[in-house]
Design a protein around this ligand. Structure first.
Ligand SMILES: C[S@@+](CC[C@H](N)C(=O)[O-])C[C@H]1O[C@@H](n2cnc3c(N)ncnc32)[C@H](O)[C@@H]1O
Length: 644
């Protein structure tokens, strides 16, 4: 029986596999330190593939670098042997909800989610610490200690003398921030779907580095927007030169998206005000077909200069007709302009062409419909957002109302309206929306509120570290020992409030969330390093599961390892006196009890599960253990059978 591996994948292997797809000849086989055969990159061969385009040694090149970048990359690729432990007591509607709240370091969380959510997340929103050095309730200063920076970047000689002058702008305040964000972004990119969007909030401190970092991870050509958000109209008077009153929202995709991909729906009153005409296809407005910019005309767009033929009654044709008047896109002063549609498009869509006599001359218009062919009426957002609802003050007010407090239990949460607007741009129907710097949980609040408004069923995954609140903070005074406690309470309260308000009839009313806490592996360490064990360790390993771990903990480790959706419904039932978990009925059946008999194995095989897992030491005898695979082969041949 195969054993589950119970650690996250080594991402280097995935990278080699990707390279192999493009350049099969550049991946070869070598032996690792234990003599086992492994895949490896043949750099000599790869070099040949790019022989004209290689940068060697100290040659000048355009790239982003900082001391610690290599370590950051290693950190992103290194596997971990941690697990996610369910916390029913902290959750809301644990058994039915589609939302997740993961408590722990987001680097671990992103690794643990790699198998399950690879390419499945439609939108990621992050609001990482801005690196301001201010005293927020969360650690927000990734500035590197100066001495450390000098040492690592070789700016001090062995006797400790400075080699070159260093200024604040040199990067010593940025290296750790970059090192923190970089591995997380790389892992996040894997989770993003091909049509997915990642959006980050950032202010002037790190906007330059954030853009360069995103350029590197997502590709410069995949920048979707850099929006300026007026978040604090009064401005920060403590700023040295100008009072900053804005921050940025930066959006990237994984690959080039079609025009209009992040358009937002038009409001009904907006449609009614601008689209006053109606025909059988829907509401429309008339737009002049002649290009109204003099930069374009017959002189540089000759193909767009052609005649329409219009009858006395205004009937229009693209072909010459007896008695019809010839109309060119000429201006009143005689300038020979051009149309905005080519002749082929006009011919195909002639029923959308309208003629109107203005001051004695025929003018040509086209119908511009409010809704596209697929029934959507959308518009582009603008690059500057100034609306009141987007101000941080509104975010603080919404948070304070939920906690019935004037004190800032959490400082400067984002405005819910800002995140809802981003949801309209980056998510749809039942998209998964992730925020791995969840803070007070605004993204969870916004997802529920947006769903309540439009009846869709977006799901959220929030990740927040249980970072201690400062001893003298309002948060601590109110009873919150760490930020994750604040986030969970905020989403609980937001859910109750949203349900009390007006809800779309089609909404599934999912205001729940399943809490999973990152912890050390459920397995005793020897499970991972058998060569490092001693005699005592070997005896301990007879049962390789830590004594404080519950069966449900083991179940979630298996779900993570197998890449099974972590929000699937779980039913727990007694079969022959043993506890059995049915995940989404037969997606996975798990039994971690001991003294499992052959009859019990046969009973479970009758459910024909896609996957089944037992405890390695859970069988009543070695004979039963040996027979398990045989039993499944006979009764349910497609079942994947494993043990932990
Ligand atoms: C700027 S706040 C996010 C605020 C959030 N957008 C809101 O509206 O409430 C950043 C959050 O990231 C959290 N954080 C920082 N490092 C983290 C890590 N390694 N893993 C998970 N969360 C982290 C901090 O505790 C903090 O709550």
């Amino acid at each position: 029986m195969d054993k589950m591996k119970l650690h996250t994948p080594t991402l280097t292997d995935a990278n080699i596999a990707r390279l192999r797809k493009m350049f099969p000849g550049c991946v070869t086989e070598t032996r690792d330190d234990n003599g086992a055969v492994q895949m490896a990159v043949d750099f000599d061969q790869l070099r040949q593939e790019f022989s004209d385009h290689i940068v060697e040694g100290p040659q000048e090149r355009y790239h982003l670098n900082w001391p610690g970048k290599r370590e950051a990359l290693l950190m992103a690729n290194a596997p971990i042997s941690k697990t996610l432990r369910p916390a029913r007591e902290d959750s809301v509607n644990f058994d039915t909800t589609q939302n997740l709240f993961i408590e722990g370091d987001n680097l671990d969380a992103l690794k643990l989610l790699q198998e399950t959510y690879l390419g499945k997340v439609k939108m990621i929103y992050i609001d990482p610490p801005y690196n301001t050095g201010n005293d927020f309730v969360y650690r927000d200063d990734f500035a590197e200690n100066t001495e450390e920076f000098f040492r690592r970047s070789n700016q001090k000689d062995e006797s400790g003398n400075r080699l070159i002058a260093n200024a604040k702008s040199n990067g010593r305040f940025h290296s750790d921030w970059l090192g923190m964000v970089y591995p997380r972004l790389r892992l996040a990119r894997n989770l993003l779907s091909d049509d997915g969007v990642i959006i980050a909030s950032i202010d002037e401190n790190e906007i330059t580095n954030l853009r360069r970092l995103f350029d590197e991870v997502f590709g410069e050509g995949n920048l979707l927007f850099q929006i300026t958000l007026l978040c604090n109209p009064k401005g920060r008077s403590q700023d040295k030169y100008v009072a900053n009153c804005h921050e940025y929202l930066v959006g990237y995709s994984k690959q080039s998206l079609p025009k209009g991909a992040i358009n937002i729906p038009k409001e009904d009153d907006e449609i009614a005000a601008s689209y006053k005409l109606k025909d059988k296809r829907g509401r429309y407005r008339e737009i002049e077909l002649r290009n109204t910019h003099r930069e374009y005309g017959k002189y540089n767009r000759e193909n767009l200069y052609y005649p329409f033929y219009v009858s006395d009654q205004g009937r229009v044709s693209i072909d010459s007709q007896q008695g019809f008047e010839k109309i060119f896109p000429n201006w009143d002063d005689g300038f020979e302009g051009c149309w905005t549609w080519g002749v082929d498009k006009t011919r195909q869509q002639l029923d959308e062409i309208v003629t109107r006599k203005v001051k004695g001359s025929w003018k040509i218009y086209r119908k511009n419909y409010a809704e596209s062919e697929d029934g959507e009426s959308t518009k582009q957002v603008k690059s500057i957002w100034t609306e009141k609802e987007f101000h941080t003050e509104k975010g603080q007010a919404a948070f304070n109302t939920l906690f019935d407090s004037k004190d800032k239990i959490f400082q400067s949460p984002k405005s819910v309206a800002t995140i809802k607007q981003l949801l309209l741009m980056g998510s749809k129907k039942d998209s998964i929306v992730m925020d791995f710097f969840a803070g007070s949980g605004t993204t969870g609040h916004a997802v529920m509120d947006q769903n309540a408004g439009d009846g869709e069923s977006r799901k959220f995954i929030l990740i927040q570290i249980a970072q201690e609140t400062a001893t003298d903070s309002k948060a601590r005074e109110t009873g919150f020992s760490n930020i994750a406690e604040i986030s969970k309470e905020r989403i609980r309260r937001a859910g109750v409030k949203i349900l009390e308000g007006e809800c779309h009839p089609a909404w599934n009313k999912d205001v729940g969330f399943r809490v999973l806490k990152i912890d050390t592996s459920n397995m005793i360490d020897v499970y991972y390093a058998p060569d490092q064990t001693n005699q005592k360790g070997l005896f301990d390993a007879v049962d390789n599961i830590k004594p404080d771990r519950r069966p449900e903990d083991l179940l979630f480790q298996v779900l993570v390892d197998w890449g099974v959706d972590l929000t699937l419904p779980i039913r727990c039932e007694m079969v022959r006196g043993k506890t059995v978990f049915f995940v989404d009925e037969n997606a996975l059946i798990a039994c971690f009890d001991t003294d499992i008999t052959e009859d019990m194995v046969k009973d479970l095989a009758k459910y024909q599960p896609l996957r089944v897992v037992f405890r390695d030491t859970g069988f009543v005898s070695d004979a039963v253990k040996i027979n398990v695979e045989q039993i499944f082969r006979q009764l349910s041949p497609t079942t994947d059978v494993k043990s932990i």
